[in-house]
Design a protein around this ligand. Structure first.
Ligand SMILES: [Zn+2]
Ligand SMILES: [Zn+2]
Length: 504
């Protein structure tokens, strides 16, 4: 039951392909979930055992649902009965329950699920490689060996299944292709991601949040008339509002899940509505605590947007490392992708992807300026947005704390200077350097942001690293490293070029 209520998570369902579960009219969906059948494209598989309390809850909700409709009529008929109205109104017409029930009735609930092993394919760097591939080849006819050779990704699947069969939905969820007959046509998004230095992970992830809907045209269950919610946009707006107005940077996954479920928000609600919502975070936390199965699924989709430079996913929490004005500036630029929906799923994917504008969201790039400003003035960064994104990651407080907690050493990775021994009054004098291409986000592995892509460097070496990068990129005529391997190779080269401290 609970699983069918909030369905934008990604579950480990053991299947190699993402599943779309279309749960048509709400009343029927209750029955369907009581039977816990998950209807997939090719199979009907049991999702998880139904619990007695869930059936009980379903019955209670149906009763409440009927009462609300009865109540609405009664309200019209008995407007003079103030006692009844105020008392019962408070009792039954409890806003979150009511809005949830009413919205559920008109929303076709959709389930966004895929195997957890697939997380790697949603990493920004992987999406860039896949984009390069779809620009060159028809993915629909692609051989696994060619894919592996060109993208570095295994695209593993049962032997008889083509990569397209198993991964088409990943590509569509990320708005990289739409299917036209026998061809997987690259979209505008793929086109932009394929050219290094054009799009940052932040730009792409914010766009994905604005375009990704529940249900999604990437999966069955979407129709032009479907009322869609924006679960990723909701999440970002919730986190940013909480930071900007409650000055609280940490939210638990349970809380985010509970908030999406109880608020019934689509994602396009006003700032005032979101401020009201974040004030109820304790209530949401309790609601989320009661649906841990769903929270586990929600975590999978949060892993995707947690690649944003100012977020950090740590097991059951998301931490937002921005000051309040920057959070507010991003918040103001976030709204759902607009426009008239297309007639079918493939055309809709194309339409959504065509709305991707790089560098057009003024408010959105302001925060990069704010976050990077003091360092830009030192000559460390010459104002390019790609480098600013890199810098926001390196200055992510929560990430720094996590890194130095698990790597308590005070040694510089380039010059081996022991900053603790050299400056005995300081615990360490180290920056974090991010080893992936400058436009990449922070990779999220199993339950948390990975710390493997970070190295501690002393401030002098960090400047020298970026000086080296600048020279390398301008020699190659590039704005960014084309991929992760190249970025690591260049870092290795510069380390090999270090000559040791020379004192006059
Ligand atoms: Zn150093
Ligand atoms: Zn750096």
């Amino acid at each position: 039951m609970a699983a069918s209520l909030m369905c934008w998570g990604v579950g480990k369902c053991g299947s190699p392909a993402p599943k779309s579960t279309r749960l048509t009219p709400w009343a029927r969906s209750l029955a369907a979930s009581a039977a816990t059948a998950m209807v997939a494209e090719t199979s009907i598989r049991p999702m998880r055992p139904v619990k007695t309390w869930e059936v009980g809850l379903a019955v209670v909700i149906i009763l409440l649902f009927l009462q609300i409709f009865g109540l609405k009529q009664n309200l019209a008929e008995n407007t003079r009965n103030r006692y009844w109205r105020s008392g019962m109104h408070r009792l039954i017409y409890h806003r979150p329950i009511a809005s949830f029930l009413l919205k559920s009735r008109i929303t076709e609930l959709c389930m966004w699920r895929w195997d957890q092993g697939r997380t790697a394919y949603f990493q920004f760097d992987a999406l860039r490689q896949i984009s390069v591939f779809v620009e060159r080849h028809n993915f629909k006819a692609a051989q696994r060996s060619v894919l592996l050779a060109e993208t570095g990704l295994a695209f593993a699947a049962p032997g008889t299944h083509s990569p397209w069969r198993n991964y088409s939905r990943v590509l569509k969820l990320c708005l990289l292709v739409s299917e036209i007959g026998e061809v997987a046509q690259p979209t505008r998004v793929a086109h932009l991601l394929a050219s290094p230095g054009t799009v940052t992970c932040d730009e792409y992830m914010h766009f994905l949040a604005r375009a990704f809907t529940d249900p999604s045209p990437a999966l069955e269950g979407w129709e032009p008339s479907t009322r869609c919610r924006f679960p990723l946009l909701f999440t970002l707006k919730y986190l940013l509002t909480k930071r900007a107005f409650l000055h609280e940077p940490v939210s638990t996954l349970s809380e985010i899940f509970g908030a999406y479920k109880l608020s019934g928000f689509v994602g396009d609600e006003s700032e005032a509505a979101f401020i009201d919502a974040v004030r109820r975070h304790k209530e949401y936390e309790i609601a989320g605590q009661k649906s841990q199965d769903d929270v586990r699924q929600a975590r999978e989709s949060l892993k995707v947007i947690a690649q944003i430079s100012y977020l950090h996913l740590e097991k059951s929490e998301v931490v937002l490392s921005l000051d309040a004005p920057s959070a507010l500036s991003i918040l103001k630029g976030l709204r759902p992708v607009q426009g008239q929906k297309a007639d079918n799923r493939e055309l809709e994917l194309r339409r959504l992807a065509s709305q991707f504008r790089v560098g057009a969201d003024g408010n959105f790039s302001d925060y990069l300026n704010a976050a990077a400003n003091d360092v830009i003035q030192s000559g460390f960064v010459e104002g390019n947005k790609v480098k600013k994104t890199h810098l926001v990651i390196e200055r992510n407080n929560s990430l720094r704390n996590a890194f130095f907690n698990s790597h308590p050493s005070a040694l510089c990775d380039v010059c081996s200077l022991d900053t603790k021994a050299t400056y005995p009054w300081a615990k360490r004098v180290l920056d974090l350097h991010h080893l992936l291409p400058l436009s990449s986000g922070i990779q999220v592995k199993k339950f948390s942001t990975t710390l493997d892509d970070l190295v501690p460097v002393c401030p002098s070496c960090h400047r020298a690293v970026h000086r080296y990068y600048d020279q390398w990129l301008s020699r190659e005529g590039l704005l960014d490293f084309p991929n992760e391997i190249q970025a690591r190779v260049v870092y290795g080269d510069l380390k090999a070029g270090f000559r040791g401290a020379v004192h006059a």
